[in-house]
Write a protein of this length. Structure first.
Length: 224
């Protein structure tokens, strides 16, 4: 595993400090900050430049969705994962639409949590059980019902959408796809227009909904 800088945001000290100690036992994680509110997490991201932000789904003073949007807006390369006790699918979809690439339940096994954080740091979308199966099933159904919507994108535009869903910057997309940053910007603008979206986070959510991103991982099933 590649060493990752992690920022923790949870207003429950016992859970937050326990998780910090747990991650500190692994040499490939460095906990760069512990935050007690969503707003503090937003501020500390700019200061500490973490790779991954783990934020409680019920964080105080600023909702997890609001914090995620702010963090992704100012630091697009930072990956955000929601830590939750909830199994509410609507909360999951809202988190992903806000820009989160992880939705992890707090009662998951330690080894699965560690693996999930590593995968999120690498750009994968990770949803812990038991939501993963329903999550994929629902979006597969949506994909089957709306084939014309997906056909509106060209092959190159689909590549751009996939890259956006993985949190790549314009520069990273240009290097990966061997095109100029200007060309990437043109493609992103065209995609937003075609899909009638307002921001990159909505495009990322669309990629998951339409099955363009297929690396949705249920680590508990894979490790079991």
């Amino acid at each position: 595993m590649t060493q990752l800088k992690v920022l923790l945001a949870d207003d429950k000290a016992v859970f937050r400090e326990g998780l910090a100690r747990l991650l500190g036992e692994h040499e490939y994680f460095e906990v760069v900050s512990q935050c007690v509110s969503g707003q503090q997490a937003i501020d500390k991201v700019k200061e500490t430049e973490p790779n991954v932000v783990l934020i409680d789904g019920n964080i105080s003073k600023c909702s997890s969705d609001e914090a995620t949007r702010e963090i992704k807006g100012s630091s697009p390369v930072v990956k955000v994962a929601i830590l939750t006790d909830s199994e509410n699918e609507e909360e999951l979809f809202s988190a992903i639409e806000s820009g989160a690439t992880g939705y992890l339940q707090k009662d998951m096994r330690v080894e699965d949590l560690v693996k999930s954080i590593d995968l999120i740091g690498k750009g994968e979308v990770v949803v812990s059980a038991p939501l993963a199966e329903n999550f994929v099933g629902k979006f597969t159904s949506m994909r089957q019902k709306e084939p014309a919507e997906r056909a509106r994108l060209t092959g190159r535009e689909e590549e751009i959408v996939k890259s956006l869903a993985k949190g790549l910057t314009n520069k990273e997309m240009a290097e990966t796809l061997f095109i100029s940053e200007y060309t990437v910007k043109v493609h992103v603008k065209n995609i937003l227009g075609k899909l009638q979206f307002h921001n990159r986070q909505q495009v990322a959510a669309y990629a998951v909904q339409q099955g363009l991103v297929t690396d949705i991982t249920d680590t508990e099933e894979k490790s079991g």
